[in-house]
Design a protein around this ligand. Structure first.
Ligand code: HEC
Ligand code: HEC
Ligand code: HEC
Length: 446
């Protein structure tokens, strides 16, 4: 089993709790990094050629089976999650993506000839997906996970292209990005690519099963699990040496998907399958925050693909000893040490989460089993209380009301401290009121 690296944990804590200093450090890193990137960009050919525009192809010229396969691949790749603005037309872009470097807007990838990709050839599309270069030769930012899509097979790119080119064209210009200086200057990305981007596919491992290989292909490339679950360096690149060791996405902590997972029950392939497929696994918890849409997409792809991802991720998470011993709930101690949180819990939460509540009797997981209460950072629990659980439109997923409007910062901090004391492992989270304020400030941008 790999030990958690305490140095990194402290860094993350500091990053959250000591924001002004962390922000200053990040700006210095961005400036220093940009200078290095500019120098490298000068060496690397800082521009790529524009590829010729092509006449939009009629939808009927695409093979229907390929379009259908492309629809499944688009769900596995979460294309609609990023490329659809809230309330906007599917794939027409405009959704803001919040990063530590500012806000980017996803492009319009419908086949509209002007504002979309209607005049892109297959070759231009492949280059964007595999190299992060737009048709006109400009370099794309890695908020678009081309660093993962680079591993896609030719046939899958053909099917994705066929699927997108047969959508309804929507004319929609995207808003301008708002990035910190000087990152708005795209040629700098040539330096970033040189430093951090490793294009190309991973060969199948003949020593492993076909399921494992399929799962690795999907998880590493199309489904880009590491884009959220791997920590990133100060210039926003995934840390290769710590793949799946836990990362951040839109203010949420995406817990480790490796042996260092703090989950109270071992994640087996069966449990992962249930969680990824339905957004709820009874031996753990529901998929909240940015994981919700991922599970929502995975509910609509063939069983075999989700099973393959589950097999591969179970391999990544394998721990020698199976389920760790369960700690007893510390109800009496928590009631005594956190009276305000205990009263809030009894009033606002126990109707669903209390022992004997109808929801619990229906077989919902106990709060003690969810990973968030065992993480080193309280952010996920705070976000769940503030935002609740909202299944994406039309999905019959687990629902929990948002308490952001009805509870004050102090009350959220009190109930979170109570949950940690009663159900959580590990020491009390320090300075929760500050963490709640930070979450409110950062989370409101969505
Ligand atoms: C995590 C969010 C995210 C996901 C998931 C995502 N994209 Fe994007 N995509 C973006 C962003 C942001 C941009 C714009 C990048 C830029 O401006 O440099 C983009 C740009 C693109 C472009 C270039 C368009 C242009 O006009 O330059 C293409 C093509 C594209 N995406 C296709 C896809 C496909 C196909 C999928 C699914 C397999 C997908 N994207 C999934 C965020 C995402
Ligand atoms: C857009 C970001 C994002 C992507 C992409 C993503 N995840 Fe997650 N994932 C999260 C976040 C955030 C959480 C924590 C959610 C919560 O607290 O309920 C999470 C939670 C999980 C958990 C629960 C872990 C635990 O111990 O509770 C599993 C398992 C998981 N993700 C697997 C995957 C797999 C497999 C993929 C790729 C198919 C994936 N995730 C892609 C953001 C993401
Ligand atoms: C209307 C029912 C309902 C109420 C009221 C409710 N919840 Fe939930 N909550 C749920 C459901 C459903 C889930 C998802 C299933 C699960 O993860 O156990 C959930 C999940 C959670 C989780 C994530 C579990 C995990 O560890 O991943 C936390 C934390 C949580 N609730 C805290 C609270 C707190 C604190 C309150 C009161 C302020 C509260 N809930 C009130 C229904 C409710």
């Amino acid at each position: 089993m790999r030990e958690r690296d305490p140095g990194r944990t402290v860094l993350r804590f500091r990053r959250r709790r000591d924001l002004p200093r962390a922000r200053g450090r990040r700006l210095v890193a961005i400036l220093a990094g940009s200078i290095a990137m500019a120098a490298l960009a000068g060496f690397a050919v800082a521009w790529r050629p524009a590829l010729p525009i092509v006449a939009p192809r009629p939808g009927s010229s695409f093979d229907l089976a390929g379009v259908e396969r492309g629809a499944v691949l688009a769900r596995l790749g979460d294309c609609a999650v990023c490329h659809t603005a809230s309330g906007g037309a599917a794939y027409a872009g405009g959704r803001p993506i919040h990063t530590p470097f500012g806000t980017l807007y996803a492009s319009n990838i419908t086949p509209d000839p002007e504002s979309g990709i209607g005049r892109w050839s297959q070759r231009a599309f492949d280059r964007a997906m595999r190299r992060g270069v737009a048709r006109d030769g400009s370099l794309l930012y890695p908020a678009f996970p081309f660093t993962h899509y680079t591993g896609l097979a030719d046939r899958d790119l053909g099917d994705l292209y066929a699927f997108l080119m047969t959508r309804t064209p929507v004319a929609a210009a995207r808003p301008d990005n708002r990035l910190v200086f000087p990152l708005g200057f795209r040629p700098l990305m040539a330096g970033w690519d040189l430093l951090f981007f490793r294009p190309g596919r991973t060969a199948a491992d003949p020593a492993r099963t076909p399921d494992w290989n399929r799962g690795r292909y999907l998880a590493e490339s199309l489904s880009h699990c590491g884009a959220c679950h791997t920590p990133r360096n100060l210039l926003g690149a995934e840390e290769r040496g710590h793949a799946y060791a836990g990362g951040w996405s839109d203010g949420w902590y995406a817990p480790p998907l490796d042996a260092s997972s703090p989950a109270r029950r071992a994640w087996t392939a069966d449990r992962l399958f249930a969680y990824l497929r339905t957004g709820l696994d009874r031996s753990h918890a529901a998929a909240a925050g940015p994981m919700g849409p991922v599970a929502y997409q995975l509910a609509r792809v063939p069983d075999a693909d989700v099973r393959a991802i589950a097999v591969y991720v179970a391999f990544l998470m394998a721990r020698p000893a199976g389920d760790p011993a369960q700690e007893p709930e510390r109800t009496a101690e928590a009631d005594a040490s956190q009276p305000e949180g205990a009263a809030l819990f009894a009033g606002a939460c126990a109707s669903c989460h209390g022992a004997g509540a109808p929801m619990m009797l229906a077989g919902r997981p106990a709060l003690a089993l969810g990973t968030p209460l065992h993480e080193h950072d309280p952010r996920d629990v705070i976000e769940i209380v503030l935002q609740g659980l909202n299944p994406p439109t039309g999905a019959a997923g687990p629902y929990m009301p948002a308490f952001g409007d009805s509870l004050t910062d102090g009350q959220v901090a009190a109930v979170v401290a109570y949950l940690r004391a009663r159900y959580g492992g590990g020491p009390a989270w320090p300075d929760l009121p500050h963490a709640v304020r930070t979450a409110r400030r950062q989370g409101s941008g969505a």
